[in-house]
Design a protein around this ligand. Sequence first.
Ligand code: C5P
Length: 226
Amino acid sequence: KKEITIAIDGWSSCGKSTLAKALAKSLNFVYVDSGAMYRGVALYALRKDLVSPSHANEEEIIKGLSDITLTFSNNDKGSADLYLNGENVEQEIRTITVSNVVSAVAKIKEVRSFLVAQQRKMGEDGGVVMDGRDIGSVVFPNAELKLFVTADPEIRAQRRYDELQAKGDNVSFDEVRENLKMRDEMDKNREESPLIQTEDAVVLDNSNLSPAEQLQESLKLVEARK
Ligand code: C5P
């Protein structure tokens, strides 16, 4: 039997990717980080000066899409790095500079259809765990398992802050918290495929769960759907 598809959506920095990676590893599924793809397009737009935190030149960004090739390639850490036109941009797409403009790029309808088509292709054979904001609602509405991950906003900000500090990214806690708040607002209120919790999604609040506990809970749900 064909393997199932797992869609993981939720707020910014709530541990979606940690869970998605762990699930993919334990099930031997492919993990796809859809947010990395939006970050890749945002980085392209930043480099061409087509976006700032307050404005996106939508027309030029849309024109630029035909020049963008995004690919994932496995790294030696057991995950995959994003490549933008052949260049490894994995580090750069995680910076706060990109985080500050990505939601303005992700709300452009043409950007979304450009990426959604590629995401559907990557998951067409099942055996995939994909995380993002519209995976259960738009990309894979028929996914056998949909998880909606959430956590207390302060805890999310702290986790992301610790992550950036560990990478040597010298950013203040307040800036991280403001960025999460801003992205959540934009992602939830945009016209094109806003972040929603679908009716068939299982809500997972991981404020007080360790990554291992979160994985255990999710694996039980997977078992129930096999
Ligand atoms: O998942 P991550 O936080 O890296 O995503 C970065 C941004 O990309 C989100 O804040 C959102 O604006 C956008 N995104 C999206 N749809 C997805 C994944 C990410 O709009 N499926």
